[in-house]
Design a protein around this ligand. Structure first.
Ligand SMILES: [Zn+2]
Length: 253
């Protein structure tokens, strides 16, 4: 089960390790997803796929330490489910972001029809045709199939310069990009509410035109795991690869 495709160099101390299963297993089908949730695992079993490639952790912390909270019943039951069905889960986080161009970013731009505005030189920031924040929100909801998202800023504000940081990059990286690139709108997956969201709130209260769109972590990176099928399938022609969207954990009430 060695992934030789992509000419990737080994990344030291990577979190991209097997979370269940063993390297000797014979792969008979692959599922890509954001999170190997219990629902995703059950769907993989139905598909007869025994290898799940998940972008984010399986056991609820960055290094998938199953003992982070001792005697965790949810962790135990999930590990048992994987063992019972002999499913291997491999996290593909550091590697997928190291592919040039970043498969997650590329998948996002493809899904939002913004690939045409992307130049390999601009790492995060692209310039789009004029639109209001409201129109941009509608576009993102429609193309990414997002029922609800969160916004800080004026919905009538013009948005041309857009900085994209899918996932949960953290306040430091999000605010550094916002200061350095001066976008009209920063689009992220997830924020710490007390950091980036408050920064944008105060910026608006100071009269600045700066908007923040918070898509949800899964919604922001799932297009990357969907596009990963297209990237990987030609390299493994004998194995069926299917994308299953894990969706977001929240109910909106
Ligand atoms: Zn990511």
């Amino acid at each position: 089960m060695v992934l030789k495709a992509g000419n990737l160099k080994p990344i030291p101390n990577t979190v991209d390790t097997l979370k269940s299963g063993s390297p000797e297993m014979v792969v008979n089908g692959i599922v890509t997803t954001m999170f190997a949730t219990t629902a995703v695992i059950e769907q993989a079993v139905k598909l007869g796929a025994n290898f799940i490639i998940a972008h984010e952790p399986t056991f609820f912390n960055h290094v998938d330490n199953k003992e982070m909270v001792p005697n965790n019943p949810v962790v135990k039951q999930k590990a048992e489910l994987l063992a019972r069905h002999n499913i291997a889960v491999w996290r593909c986080h550091d590697y997928i972001h190291s592919i040039k161009p970043d498969v997650v970013g590329y998948g996002f731009l493809k899904k939002t029809n913004w690939l045409q505005y992307y130049k390999p030189t601009d790492k995060y920031t692209i310039t789009l045709p004029d639109a209001t924040l409201q129109q941009m929100v509608q576009h993102l909801k429609q193309t990414l199939n997002i029922p609800h998202l969160r916004v800080v800023g004026d919905l009538n504000q013009q948005c041309r310069r857009v900085t994209l940081i899918p996932g949960a990059a953290g306040g430091l990286m999000q605010m550094t990009a916002a200061v350095a690139d001066q976008p009209d709108v920063l689009v992220v997956g997830e924020v710490s509410e007390w950091e980036t969201a408050e920064y944008f709130r105060d910026g608006n209260l100071q009269g600045r035109k700066m908007a923040l769109i918070v898509l949800g972590h899964s919604y922001s990176e799932e297009p990357g795991m969907e596009y990963f099928v297209e990237w990987l399938q030609p390299k493994l022609p004998g194995i069926k690869i299917t994308h299953i969207a894990s969706g977001e954990p929240f109910k909106w009430v």
